[in-house]
Ligand binder design. Structure first.
Ligand code: ZN
Length: 285
């Protein structure tokens, strides 16, 4: 396993961690100044921005782009809505390409309003991802399916384990000619509890489908399902064990910090958040 001490160049900051306090240009500079090697921006930060100029600023700052967040939800009440979701995701993939992102992160969505039909949601995810994949290949962008913790199965994602995500990859892209274009983002927050994690991470690595690795921590108790993630070291996840698994499976990309923390970290100044990320990455990840 890589030693992260003094190696922030191996680490990335997902901009959600900083609570969107500044425009993307300033955020890029702050992340670079703090010594990190990569950044993972969100689509909302590109609104009203010239994406090519942002890409230049990221490059000039010496940062890599570990990913681009995230997809528009796919499960839809009707065909027109699914078509629109696919089209919207194609535009986002184009932005990911312009930014030079290592992957486009896909949070796939779940039941449309009023629906109880989970198999229909799964089917929309499969169809929508397959349609998007062709465009992603043309654009040169890999798609990283991020399974979310089952507590989000009703709204944010009907893809809830790494096994389920890898099965989907194998169905959509069964025998890639070269390296796969469809893979997974492993986020400790979503998968730490999974008794099959070890085997599935191994499978993801063996099949070349480990595209991203996200860290934060699981707080006990968790007060909010979405916005109460912990800084690494403040919760119950054995971060070193999981990073060990991921790297033993062949992952050599950045370790990306992604902390949604509306009531705590997002209220702090950006330099303080970045300093905490750096310290915890070196100490407990
Ligand atoms: Zn994540």
């Amino acid at each position: 396993m890589r030693d992260l001490a003094g190696r922030l160049d191996l680490c990335s900051i997902n901009t959600a961690t900083l609570g969107y306090q500044t425009r993307i240009g300033e955020t890029v500079d702050a992340v670079a100044r703090a010594g990190f090697g990569a950044i993972c921006p969100w689509r909302r930060e590109m609104e009203g921005e010239d994406v090519a100029a942002v890409a230049r600023r990221i490059r000039d700052a010496g940062l890599a782009v570990s990913g681009y967040c995230r997809s528009t939800y796919l499960p839809s009440a009707d065909r027109a809505t699914l078509d629109a979701a696919v089209a919207d995701n194609r535009r986002a993939v184009d932005q990911a390409a312009a930014l030079g992102a290592a992957c486009f992160v896909m949070v796939v969505g779940s039941l449309p309003k009023g629906s109880r039909d989970l198999p229909a949601a799964w089917a929309d995810v499969e169809e929508g991802t397959a349609r998007l994949l062709e465009h992603a290949q043309d654009a040169g962008v890999r798609l990283a399916l991020e399974p979310l913790h089952p507590m989000y199965a009703g709204d944010r994602s009907c893809l809830n384990t790494l096994e389920q995500a890898l099965d989907l990859c194998a169905r959509i892209e069964p025998e890639p000619a070269g390296a796969p274009w469809l893979g997974t983002a492993v986020d400790v927050y979503h998968v730490w509890w999974d008794p099959k994690l070890d085997a599935q991470v191994d499978c993801a690595g063996r099949t070349g489908r480990l595209f991203a690795f996200h860290v934060c921590d699981w707080l006990v108790p968790t007060r909010d399902l979405l916005l109460d993630r912990g800084m690494m070291g403040d919760g119950v996840i054995d971060l070193k064990r999981i990073r060990g698994m991921v790297e033993a499976a062949g992952y050599g990309g950045p370790v990306e910090v992604e902390v949604f923390s509306a009531e705590d970290w997002w209220r702090r100044p950006i330099p303080e958040i970045l300093a905490a990320c750096a310290e915890r990455l070196e100490a407990v990840c």
